[in-house]
Design a protein around this ligand. Sequence first.
Ligand SMILES: [Mn+2]
Length: 307
Amino acid sequence: MEKILKIRKEYEQIVLYRHVNPDLDAFGSQLGMYWTLKKLYPQKNIVLAGNMDSDLLKYYAPFEMGKIQKGYTLGIVLDTANRERIDGDISICDTIFKIDHHIVVDSYGDVNFEDDQASSCSEIVTLLMKRGHVEIPLEAANALYLGIIGDSNRFLYSSTSKRTFEAASYLLEMGIDIESLYQKLYLRTKKDLEITKHIYNHFQQEDGIAWYYLSDEDLKILEMSREQGSSFVNTLANFEEFKIWMAVTQNSKDYNYRVSIRSRGIAINEVAALFHGGGHAYASGATLQSLDELKDLIEKLKEKINE
Ligand SMILES: [Mn+2]
């Protein structure tokens, strides 16, 4: 950690990146890093990169993006497995520092801090700060905690380890209020209920696999954004009969279909990789060019179940 901080000290500017279609961990690690570095290095220009148009940001404290200036620049890319998924232009940076917890496919950084055993990128960032005896400001601690509970599904997934709790414990030490975070995060609306109802009424199933499909039309009727399409995937979790469950969302803007795949005890990331995707063993994403491809995907997943 000290080595990392020393590297940083030479830089006039730090730009913080994360992946496209950000989730709680992407925002959590990016914003957690942002507020911590701002407090640590008030004289440096700390800038956020990426599209910040997301419903999820209501859970985080307000922030300013900052403006990119001339100067010796360090780019820190968080929670992003490969170069293509980085939201923003890293070519402006003199050095790239990658911090990630996905399976290593592309070590694009000049320095790569990769730990695929970590529950979340936010866990890695928190423990880096802890090891460096860095005080994490409250808004940053809240953001990092949101990242950890987002990716571990509130300590439910098997990626949760004693280090995950060590990180959570450090964030508690920083004074976060878990109850108010949970109240914001798990409060649902009648609209959520309508969506859940739609999924339970229309989901499909085949040999241990369950999925729901949301067409452009469905999204319109349910008043959902494309990005929200997959956020209900766990509506189909925890059913004895379904070992794998998926959300399939039409993305007419890019003429494709986004798929979120989840599983219980069956590694699905290799199959996801065959369909322009990847991710974690039990939580992956894929992109299909047509609904015909969905049949192929289901066949491949069935093979995994029968392995
Ligand atoms: Mn993550």
